[in-house]
Design a protein around this ligand. Structure first.
Ligand SMILES: [Zn+2]
Length: 228
């Protein structure tokens, strides 16, 4: 073994020892304008579930840009880079599908079940936009959902847009983030015009407020011209 290899070996041994012993600390993270909890978790190098666990009293509906949350990290640990070339490609960013008042939140009891989405009240005919770019996997009528559009995104994400007066896209179409895909209605099991919006990941319904920018619905960006 030459002279340079010895310090290198020691460094490797010390690094691996530190990785197992480093204490977990809670680090404050300030939410940026337009940022979602999911995005804040990604830039902090933790999973969304870990972020939610580290903030047991957090209510996503009350967060605003500038709100401080916590992430649990190991000291000395460097977040993994989220390179564009990664095979584990993620959906990049979700936007509010329309502006309006939140009528009913995720998880609220619905008889024997729980509400699997977020209801946003809006006037009939208002445009509903794709929350993220993706492939329309269903556009049609489906029981209590009424007219519904379902879009698949990278990273095992699916978004659902229900009770539409009219669907404006067809299954098999690629849509851009912000593209108008439907008009607000009250088809299916709805008492008034609103959008029922769901975010599913790995087929499991998740609270859309974890993925949408914090604070009141933000102005929508102009639709991008090309699908990536
Ligand atoms: Zn609903």
């Amino acid at each position: 073994m030459n002279r340079t290899a010895v310090p290198f070996l020691m460094l490797v041994l010390m690094t691996s020892a530190c990785a197992t012993r480093a204490p977990v600390t809670l680090r404050p993270v300030t939410l940026a304008p337009g940022e979602s909890l999911w995005r804040a978790a990604r830039r902090s190098g933790v999973s969304l579930d870990a972020l939610v666990r580290a903030n047991p009293h957090m209510d996503p509906a009350h967060l605003r840009p500038g709100s401080v949350i916590r992430v649990a990290v190991r000291e000395g640990w460097v977040p993994a880079s989220w390179s564009a070339g990664s095979s584990q490609r993620q959906a990049d960013e979700f936007i509010w599908p329309l502006r309006g008042q939140i009528e009913s939140r995720f998880g609220q009891p619905r008889g024997a079940r729980r509400h699997e989405g977020l209801d946003v009240k809006a006037a009939a005919g208002m445009p509903v936009r794709a929350s993220e770019f993706g492939l329309v996997t269903l556009s049609g009528r489906m029981g209590s959902y009424g007219n519904v559009v379902i879009i698949r995104h990278p990273g095992q994400f699916v978004t659902v847009y229900a009770h539409n007066e009219q669907n404006l896209v067809q299954a098999g179409a690629w849509v851009a983030r912000g593209q108008i895909i439907a008009r607000v209605g009250q088809t299916g099991n709805a008492t008034g015009p609103h959008l029922h919006f769901e975010v599913r990941r790995d087929k499991r319904p998740r609270d859309p407020l974890y993925y949408l920018p914090v604070g009141p619905p933000v102005p929508l960006r102009a639709p991008v011209a090309r699908i990536r």
